[in-house]
Ligand binder design. Structure first.
Ligand code: NAD
Length: 249
């Protein structure tokens, strides 16, 4: 028996990195998967790769008044949602003195406000007993220079998992958080950094954690599968840290 047979899953930012690996794994495990994101070309490519089990929906999580349209599109195709992976996020690093209000707003609008409203707007479209998984980060546990706003946004997400769980208990909806350590994805290349700078950042991160390497998107997808499936039924408002020891050692 596949772990997500007859389930409908939504993965925000499912067109790249961790989200893409998660969408693929969920489909392999029997789920119908809706990939949401901003970029039509990469969404189409992801849907093509996965096949009939997937649809793509263009949606910007910071465009709050339009988020529910993406859920409506999912319901029209697959029915109500059983698994919601709120994974879309941006990583903006800069020394405190140079951090602009625009950088702050972008970080906050996507990584915090976008997460909050992605859950709120999903409520009418979720089956009772659904599993919601939010993506936080090791940086919500441990201080890293230049990441003040990003880290605070992920700490807010950790808090949301607990409070939203308490609020949604009457519908038996579980909300948990997955916190990855440094993972080898396109995330680090999105701010216009050169290839050398990106490799430097990755090497620096890898050398600083006990695992001495970056994690893979597939390793994180396996964690999302655990939290999405009945295997984690006893986990409510909790956190799964998959970080190569980064936060704790
Ligand atoms: P990624 O850049 O490959 O994926 C991020 C996804 O979010 C992309 O598909 C992007 O298009 C989407 N996205 C960004 N802004 C969006 C918006 N406004 N609306 C809709 N989609 C939007 O990077 P990733 O590493 O796969 O990141 C996935 C999640 O994991 C993020 O929340 C990130 O903060 C978190 N995370 C990543 C790492 C890491 O080291 N890579 C570590 C900890 C946490």
């Amino acid at each position: 028996m596949k772990k997500l047979e007859n389930k409908v899953a939504v993965v925000t930012g499912g067109n790249s990195g961790i989200g893409l690996a998660t969408a693929k794994l969920f489909a392999e495990e029997g789920a119908k998967v809706a990939i949401t994101g901003r970029n039509k070309a990469t969404i189409d490519a992801a849907v093509f790769e996965i096949g009939n089990a997937a649809i793509g929906v263009i949606s910007d999580v910071s465009d709050i008044k339009n988020i529910d349209k993406s859920y409506l599109a999912v319901k029209d195709t697959f029915g109500k949602i059983d698994v919601l992976v709120i994974n879309a996020g941006v990583f903006i690093a800069s020394p405190l003195a140079d951090f602009t209000e625009e950088m702050f707003d972008q970080t906050s609008d996507i990584n915090f406000k976008g997460v909050f409203f992605s859950v709120q707007k999903a409520l009418p479209y979720l089956n009772d007993g659904a599993s919601i998984i939010l993506t936080a980060s090791t940086v919500a546990h441990k201080g890293f220079a230049t990441l003040a706003a990003y880290s605070a946004s992920k700490a807010a997400v950790r808090s949301l998992a607990r409070t939203l769980s308490a609020e949604l208990l009457d519908r038996n909806i579980r909300v948990n958080v997955l916190s990855p350590g440094p993972i080898d994805t396109p995330l680090f290349a999105r701010n216009g950094a050169s290839k050398e700078e990106v490799n430097g950042t990755k090497n620096h991160l890898a050398s600083g954690i006990p695992a001495k390497r970056l994690g893979t998107s597939e390793e994180i997808a396996a964690g999302f599968l655990y939290l999405a499936s009945d295997d984690s039924k006893f986990m409510i408002g909790g956190e799964l840290l998959l970080d190569g020891g980064a936060a704790t050692l």
